[in-house]
Design a binder for this molecule. Sequence first.
Ligand code: UD1
Length: 421
Amino acid sequence: MDSILVRGGAPLHGDIPIAGAKNACLALMPATLLTDGPLTLTNSPRLSDIRTMTTLLRSLGAEVQSLQDGKVLAMSSHDLTSDTAHYDIVRKMRASILVLGPLLARTGRAIVSLPGGCAIGARPVDLHLRALEALGAELELKDGYVHAAAPAGLKGGKVSFPFVSVGATENVLMAATLAKGTSVIENAAREPEIVDLARCLRAMGAEIEGEGTPTITVEGVDALNGATHRVVTDRIELGTYMLAPAIAGGDVTCLGGEMSLVQSFAERLQATGISVEETGRGLRVARTGNRIGAIDVSTAPFPGFPTDLQAQMMALLTLADGVSHLEETIFENRFMHAPELTRMGANIEVHGGTATVTGVAGLKGAPVMATDLRASVSLILAGLAAEGETTVARVYHLDRGYERVEEKLKACGADIERIAA
Ligand code: UD1
């Protein structure tokens, strides 16, 4: 498996283009299953997770064409040939569960393997299943598969989530577009990816109100049509690259970045002393002073600080003046990067869901690896500031979520390369 070699110390100057959002695209792609019309997504990111979703949709009979070097996905689910999402594909990516709602809503039947995904704690799908039951789905768990049926079609219903789930909100939102009658989703996720999905579904003819607020109302329609939709900017890729000049020094503009996508993250970054400015081209981030201020961070559903930027923020705080606390409230066991950062000289103690990071004067390069996407990129960020060479192994995880990470950083002056296995 390839690895990434970083030689730390070079400040970064220039522009980094931010791609379309992986997590938005992974929810938008299954929306093709809701219609026999063509659905085209532009600004799609070129990532292995997108290829996995492509394989899954094709296995159900959907046509998925990757055009313009993967930036455009032209899909059609005119002739679905299977109602089963097999374990072999689903185990690679948790977001595969997002085919369940649309498939069931369109065909009245779906059999979907229980998912795998990043190793960041127990990630059940009970909320997805309860929500679909509230729309009249009959569910049975057998041999690791969810067997779902709605012989007379789904019916509008009230879904009240006990806590916020991005994926479960997406699944039931898609299903509700074709249910008979009105559905109300309470305590819905408010992430920009949900808003993007609702916009696309509306372009397909769905009647949806309230996306971006905790209550979404959907009036079911008989059928949806095709549409063309541009995938929203990836706020996690944006936040990750905003941290690159913060940790390595320099001045970088993240092209296409918008403050509204990363407000709470940007405010925490500014609190460390980093300058963040919205320009006509994107978000410009510069490190002006020598030192980084210690801060406290607690992850929360949008509009709070994203769990998907916790590991990357920790990399910066290892070099802060003083003691920072990072509290992880969304996932258990999401500090796998801490022992690896410690091997690079960081001082981190983890107790339950909180990591206490005591800033050190410098990091030292080391061979490291991580089994989670965001943890892997946090080690690359740390490597940009570390003395000597850092080799990040198992870049398989990195390629799931970052398009050409070494090219984007190299273009701004980083000393970084991919070593082919
Ligand atoms: C999505 C993102 C992921 C991000 C996460 C939280 C995608 C493809 N992935 O994941 O990058 O880290 O949102 O912002 O969009 N839970 C249950 N039962 C369920 C569903 C979730 O207990 O049925 C729990 C999870 O274990 C977790 C919490 O709810 O502790 C939030 O998870 P959720 O928002 O569902 O995350 P995903 O949609 O899987």
